[in-house]
Ligand binder design. Structure first.
Ligand code: MN
Length: 717
């Protein structure tokens, strides 16, 4: 691709735009860089249009503008311009080209955004495993460079602003839900309030259109009704502050629609009952002035007891700092007042991004904290401690902060109890919890921790572990997951022990020791076909899902099952599989999971005959164990076996050339079924015939190399 170096009028207008937003802070090198990225993106997206009818380039341009308005650094703005060039340029642009032209740093951000964009996070109900995998991929891509998140959030914001142009309703709803479930909570956790609020309102409008407009109208009415009083409060406070020598900007602040609506839903309240709908905010010069201003507020109006919160002394875990107080005004109504300085204000609006606004004060430790947090989530998700639902809840929960006896601060979900605190210190501390002292006094297990509490956990080293009803007292999903995991592991240990006990009984009968039985070749083969580890085998024996008789049969002590197979022996069949040591059997290959030689297989006996399935096929999950036999492919098996591969492609029209590619490798495609996905790609199920698993795997790995293919997997149909 050649980059046109002559500057078009649109390009220079765009750069002037960016300069305007950045208030003329662009150096000649950065100007050049942005112009170059502009031409690059323009060529990459040439001839493509958005669903709104605009040229595609308008999207990256707006994403770059959003980023500039947020005040992030130049590489982020450039990455914003380039963010779709790898994904949406029909192969014209590769990551290598970006690295060549714009360097490693920008290429890395673009790569991260591309990776996140390829992930379609499953929303709503759906397969838990899929959800865990996608969120894992997402966190991983984002944790590599925090700016990936900024660009991705700006991208999502623009897509949400223009979502109404998407005709396909299913796709529209999907995007809105994904925004609400994944992106808004991430923005919240990073403290980026402006983006979080706008994303939520945009998604709210799509998902609950009527409610949204109703809310909007109601609040407009309320605002009008309260305008006079609000401005009276503002000018009263302004005057009082000036009298005490505090320079301040005082303003009214309205909650965004979605947060009010949610509060009404959760608390089952009407709009009239929500009294923090409007708050007054004073932005003062420095931290000292915050406390002076607080005194002024409290001398003006009477504070409501228990409503004062000092988030300056103890910031929220997303970095939020401010003083909050609720007072009763001279009209007798409650009014929330927030006090902060300019830097705290920037941080409250832009969160982590504020550290780029105040460039000279980039706080490496804060950034490191976020990245550590993302990696921590990733670990917990991958260990199965945390599911996507938990993650979402964890991201959204309000927080309470408490202290360890050493004065270390801990943030926990609001409503947390000493149990949550104990598990947040260490899983082992949780497991050996024996009691807790708060501010020096013993408290009951269901005590609700309050801001500022000093909590000391009493452990009993000799206790055998948690009690199942602790789950009722725990608030954090993480605590609950840890307690459940303990009980699951204990169950497994107990069943394995019981299984061993049963094997001991068998050992007397067969005249072999337990260890010898576990090493038995026939038993090993059985475990292999069932994909059981030794532990799993023992658990199944302990649970009783594998009977003593069945084990004796597997060991060849009883031959009842062999006799049941014998009747399927035919003289003229070619050898396909071996079951219970027999070959030359009349078998069918299952149409659901379509096994091919090399797959691990089992045989199922039914009235119609013997059917071969893949190990793990869900159609045989509930079949009586009695009817399932372990099987092996015969060593000299030949023939062609039908199997199915699911591929996802960007464009439906790519399927033809992909089939050609497969067939050039002497594999025949017999049938193609196409389906369009709600997220705008196409899926095709290809039925092909292969000799064995090796041939199938080489087809799949060839397909994976193709740029047109998003994903490939073998399927059960
Ligand atoms: Mn985009």
């Amino acid at each position: 691709m050649k980059i046109d170096t002559s500057i078009s009028e649109e390009a220079s207008r765009f750069v002037r735009d960016i300069e305007g937003i950045l208030k003329g802070k662009l150096s000649p090198e950065n100007r050049e860089l942005i112009l170059k990225a502009y031409s690059f993106a323009e060529i990459a997206h040439e001839g493509d249009y958005r669903l709104s009818g605009e040229p595609f380039i308008e999207h990256p341009k707006e994403v770059a503008r959003i980023l500039a308005r947020l005040g992030v650094d130049i590489p982020s703005i450039v990455a914003g311009l380039l963010h779709d060039t790898v994904e949406d340029s029909h192969g014209k642009v590769t990551l290598e080209m970006i690295e060549e032209n714009f360097g490693k740093e920008i290429a890395r951000i673009v790569d991260g955004v591309t990776k996140v964009s390829r992930i379609n996070a499953p929303v709503g109900e759906g397969r838990v495993k899929d959800k865990i995998e996608t969120i894992q991929k997402m966190l991983f891509a984002m944790a590599e460079d925090i700016r990936v998140i900024f660009v991705k959030l700006a991208d999502r914001l623009h897509n949400m602003r223009t979502l109404e142009h998407v005709r396909d309703e299913e796709k529209r709803l999907y995007k809105a839900r994904e925004t609400l479930e994944i992106y808004a909570p991430i923005a919240h956790k990073l403290g980026i309030h402006t983006i979080k609020a706008e994303l939520e309102d945009l998604a709210f409008k799509i998902l609950h259109r009527e409610e949204y407009y109703k809310m909007k109208a109601l609040i407009a009415e309320k605002k009008k009704e309260r305008e006079a009083r609000t401005s009276e409060y503002i000018s009263m406070l302004q005057t009082a502050l000036a009298k005490h020598g505090v320079k301040a900007k005082v303003e009214g602040r309205y909650k965004h629609y979605y947060s009010i609506w949610r509060k009404m839903q959760e608390k089952k309240k009407s709009l009239d009952e929500i009294y923090d709908l409007i708050a007054i905010r004073a932005i003062v010069e420095d931290v000292r002035a915050c406390y002076t201003a607080l005194g002024v507020v409290h001398s003006l109006w009477k504070p409501l007891p228990g409503r004062f919160k000092d988030y300056i002394a103890a910031p929220k875990s997303n970095g939020y700092r401010s003083l909050h107080t609720t007072v009763i005004t001279h009209y007798g109504e409650p009014l929330e007042v927030q006090i902060r300085d300019e830097k705290m204000h920037q941080e409250a609006e832009y969160g982590l991004i504020a550290h780029w606004i105040y460039k000279e004060r980039i706080d490496v430790s804060t950034m490191q904290k976020w990245i550590t947090m993302l990696l921590e989530w990733k670990r917990e998700v991958s260990e199965g401690l945390l599911g996507v639902g938990d993650l979402k809840r964890e991201l959204e929960l309000d927080e309470v902060f408490v202290f360890t006896p050493k004065g270390e601060i801990k943030h926990l979900p609001k409503g947390s109890t000493p149990i949550d605190f104990a598990y947040s210190i260490h899983t082992e501390v949780g497991h050996h919890f024996a009691g807790a002292k708060v501010n020096g006094r013993m408290v009951p297990i269901d005590y609700e921790l309050q801001n500022g509490d000093v909590v000391e956990i009493i452990v009993n080293r000799s206790s055998k572990g948690p009690s199942l009803d602790w789950i009722r007292y725990a608030k954090s999903p993480r605590t609950k997951a840890k307690i459940r995991k303990f009980f699951k592991e204990r169950y497994v240990e107990e069943m394995a022990e019981k299984g061993k006990e049963i094997l001991r009984g068998i050992s007397r009968r067969v005249g072999k020791g337990v260890e010898e039985i576990l090493e038995d070749e026939k038993l090993r083969l059985y475990m292999e076909t069932q994909a059981f580890t030794e532990k799993e085998l023992l658990v199944r024996i302990g649970e009783g899902s594998l009977s003593k008789e069945r084990i004796l049969e597997i060991l060849g002590v009883i031959e009842k099952r062999k006799k049941r197979i014998q009747k399927f022996k035919k003289k003229k069949t070619s050898p396909l599989v071996i079951i219970e040591g027999l070959t030359g059997l009349d078998v069918h290959i299952a149409k659901c999971c379509r096994p091919v030689p090399g797959d691990r297989i089992v045989a199922v006996v039914s009235r119609r005959g013997l059917t071969i399935h893949r190990v793990g096929c869900k159609n045989i999950k509930n079949v009586d164990q009695d009817k399932v036999f372990y099987a092996q492919w015969a060593p000299d098996v030949t023939g062609e076996f039908l199997t199915s591969v699911l591929i996802e492609v960007e464009r439906k029209s790519d399927i033809g050339s992909i089939i050609e590619q497969i067939e050039s490798g002497s594999v025949r495609v017999e049938k193609v079924e196409m389906k369009e996905t709600p997220w705008g790609t196409s899926r095709a199920i290809l039925s092909t015939r292969v000799k064995d698993i090796d041939q199938l795997n080489s087809v799949i790995s060839e397909l994976k190399k193709s740029k047109k293919v998003i994903s490939v997997e073998r399927v059960m149909t």
